[in-house]
Design a protein around this ligand. Structure first.
Ligand SMILES: C[S@@+](CC[C@H](N)C(=O)[O-])C[C@H]1O[C@@H](n2cnc3c(N)ncnc32)[C@H](O)[C@@H]1O
Length: 501
């Protein structure tokens, strides 16, 4: 008979305790009371007497009422004893004691699950006994681990997820964490997060914020810990040769998955948040020092390139940047484990970085198809000058010196070369703003114009991702000028992705 079905019989009054036996094993099955709970119990017994009877087995072993018995004896308070029927052996008694507690006290979910878990071996033992006795097995008594958990969850009135989390907390939790979970000051969900941390850290968290330990706070804590570990790994990495930070990161992240690379880069570098942004808006306030040459005109945030690589390439892919400038793409490719070929038309730009080859963009792209064994790019990234913007800052060979017709012709040739060279299944990514000149509308070039050019060359526009500039990138004097003249400055910038049509 299950403990919950057992009836209470043979009610009798008793004034002495000689027949009551305290079985330590039974006593220890009872969840301990806090000192406040004990005080309250003692007070209520003195004021109101012992209203509920103590429960014993037929052989006098106490099943329920250990604390009440002690206080009643201490203060000479009379009490009743009820004998619980249907307890055949010690296992039955234990099951009764555990099950009885669910009804008796206001227990936290953790405490309920913990109690239910104590039933687990007892239920199994009972099933074994039945089997040995040749009793036909009840299928629920011979259940799998998952089914047992489900059964325990029903008894404890919690979800089976709470049961399995409680099991983990009991196995791996610090004493302090378990105590807090038992008292309900830390929820089972929060404790399940904390339990993954070292024991000393678990204690630190429990002590730090007894009032409210939210899952978010724990995540932040974990993140902070991870950051420390990643930073320490980076700082303690002993490179075989002198290496700059980018190469050191590339070496450290070798063999990691894309997602781990981005997470570790974010963790290990101050002010670098480059976790994947699965939306078509990638806004970054500024460049990060890890990527590209500091101060290079038109240098873009490396985070944009990281996102581009994450969403549009695979590890080991070949990326070509024919307008390499400060080398942002090269650095982003290094830390993401992509191969990169980079070119620029300006001798000074190439002299500053040995990994940028001096070559005109179109020639460079074409050169990749002329030799049979030459690798075809999986991504061609085009961060060109935006028509004549910055024409003073780039050198004499820059397309920013071309007039509108020449500039657009250059783009048609560029698109044709890219079409000829790109790997099937690859992408061209063009980072571009509208060029607006309200005084000379004939000079204007819009992103739609570039899209038309690429379509004519045989491409399909697949995505248009907003990568707006920040207001910080515009000189305050310009902003004043625009405001006074009632004109809008251009912050809108798009990364247009093309694939072969
Ligand atoms: C906007 S910048 C690139 C900035 C780069 N993405 C970075 O983050 O540092 C454009 C670059 O294109 C180069 N350029 C202009 N015309 C070129 C051409 N015809 N062939 C190759 N490079 C060219 C310029 O010298 C300049 O370095």
């Amino acid at each position: 008979m299950a403990a919950s079905e057992q009836t209470v019989a043979n009610i009798q009054w008793q004034s002495q305790t000689s027949k009551i036996v305290i079985d330590p094993e039974f006593r220890d099955l009872i969840q301990p009371l806090t000192s406040e709970e004990l005080d309250l119990l003692e007070k209520s017994l003195i004021e109101e007497g012992c209203r509920d009877s103590l429960k014993v087995c037929s052989d006098g072993r106490l099943l329920d009422g250990h604390h009440r018995l002690a206080f009643c004896e201490k203060h000479g308070i009379p009490y009743r004893i009820d004998i619980v029927d249907g307890i055949a052996d010690r296992i039955d008694a234990k099951i009764w004691i555990i099950t009885n507690q669910f009804a008796r006290r206001n227990l936290s979910n953790f405490a309920r699950s913990e109690l239910a878990l104590q039933l687990k071996p007892l239920i199994a033992e009972k099933a074994k006994e039945r089997m040995l006795a040749g009793v036909k097995q009840d299928p629920t008594q011979n259940s799998s681990e998952g089914e047992t958990r489900e059964e325990l969850a029903k008894i404890a009135i919690v979800s089976h997820d709470t049961i399995s989390k409680t099991e983990t907390i009991l196995k791996k939790g610090s004493d302090l964490l378990k105590e807090a979970a038992r008292a309900g000051t830390v929820s089972v969900n929060a404790a399940a997060e904390i339990v993954e941390l070292p024991l000393a850290t678990q204690d630190k968290i429990v002590k730090s914020d007894k009032q409210e330990i939210t899952a978010r706070a724990i995540k932040a804590y974990k993140k902070q810990e991870k950051r420390k570990q990643t930073k320490a790994a980076f700082e303690s990495y002993k490179a075989p040769v002198e290496m700059d930070r980018v190469l050191k990161w590339a070496k450290l992240l070798e063999g990691e998955s894309d997602i781990d690379r981005l997470e570790k880069l974010s963790d290990g570098n101050d002010d670098l948040n480059c976790n994947p942004r699965p939306y078509d808006v990638w806004f970054y306030n500024g460049s990060h020092p890890l990527f590209g040459r500091e101060g290079y005109p038109g240098r873009i945030p490396g985070q944009i390139v990281l996102q581009l690589l994450y969403f549009f390439t695979q590890p080991g892919d070949l990326v070509v940047d024919p307008f390499a400038g400060g080398g942002t793409t090269i650095d982003a490719c290094a830390v993401m484990g992509r191969r990169c070929l980079a070119y620029d038309s300006e001798p000074e730009t190439c002299a500053a970085r040995a990994d940028i080859k001096l070559q005109d963009a179109i020639e460079a792209i074409k050169s990749l198809t002329t030799v049979g064994s030459s690798p075809r790019p999986d991504l061609i990234f085009l961060d060109t000058p935006y028509f004549s913007k910055k024409d003073k800052e780039y050198g004499n060979h820059s397309i920013s010196r071309l007039n509108r017709t020449e500039y657009l012709k250059f783009f048609s040739d560029l698109a044709a070369a890219a079409h000829e060279t790109l790997n099937k299944g690859g992408h061209v990514a063009l980072l571009m703003s509208d060029y607006i000149d309200e005084d000379n509308p004939d000079e204007e070039i819009f992103i739609e114009d570039y899209i038309d050019i690429f379509k004519k060359a045989g491409f399909r526009r697949t995505r248009r991702i907003h990568c707006d500039l920040s207001t910080q990138q515009i000189h305050p004097d310009y902003i004043n000028k625009f405001t006074d003249n009632k004109r809008l400055a251009i912050l809108a910038r798009d990364l247009v992705i093309f694939s072969l049509a």
